[in-house]
Design a protein around this ligand. Structure first.
Ligand code: FMN
Length: 192
């Protein structure tokens, strides 16, 4: 197997109430080894670990998921899971990018896309390093819902930046069981 962590990683949504402070820099060290368009490294990793910030993020993540699911019965189930501790992590890492480029204005959009792609690769590195360190992670895309993203940017004092992803990190409450893929190799591959 090329890289054990690739096959062991899976999204973890329940965490042990145990600090991970000694592991955080190791995660970021791995993250910044990702390729970065034009060598810009215009990513910023915001570590939310105070009790106040975590509680606020937990509320925002619930709000985002309610927005996502909408359907009343699913929302009730979701609220219950959040009360049981779903997504309450000892640490959240917000991956932001500064909107800067080196090309002319006509390529602004392309450079933004490149920066997002670079940050997404950094996130994957971080997630795989987490597996090596016996930690679990989850990408919280609902953090980008309008209204929610703005509040997270304000918490980070990064109003002019773009939030690529919010990642919850902590020791998994249960043994991680990687999920099967719905699509086979044959379905996703195209030979030209
Ligand atoms: C860009 C992105 C956004 C995601 N957003 C959420 C989210 O808001 N909430 C959530 O519970 N999982 C989220 N996930 C996790 C996916 O649901 C998960 O990766 C997928 O179901 C496959 O499961 P696995 O990660 O365990 O292999 C997100 C994943 C990605 C890549």
């Amino acid at each position: 197997m090329a890289c054990r962590e690739i096959y062991e990683r899976t999204s973890i949504r329940f965490y042990k109430n145990k600090p991970i402070d000694d592991k955080i820099e190791k995660l970021i060290e791995a993250a910044i080894r990702a390729p970065t368009a034009s060598g810009l490294e215009n990513w910023i990793f915001v570590v939310f670990k105070s009790e106040g910030a975590r509680k606020k993020l937990h509320e925002l993540i619930l709000r985002g998921h309610i927005e996502y699911y909408r359907e009343k019965s699913r929302v009730e189930k979701l609220k219950k899971k959040f009360e049981e501790g779903m997504f309450f992590a000892p640490c959240y890492i917000g991956v932001f990018i500064e909107r800067k480029g080196i090309l002319s204005k006509e390529y602004e959009e392309l450079e933004l896309k490149w920066a997002i792609e670079s940050a997404a690769m950094a996130i994957q590195n971080l997630m795989l390093k987490a597996v090596e360190l016996k930690l679990g992670t989850c990408y919280i895309g609902v953090a980008n819902f309008p209204g929610i993203e703005e509040e997270i940017k304000e918490m980070a004092s990064l109003k002019d930046c773009f939030l690529v992803g919010l990642i919850s990190v902590g020791y998994p409450e249960e043994k991680p069981e990687p999920r099967k893929r719905r699509k086979s190799i044959e379905e996703v591959i195209k030979w030209v």
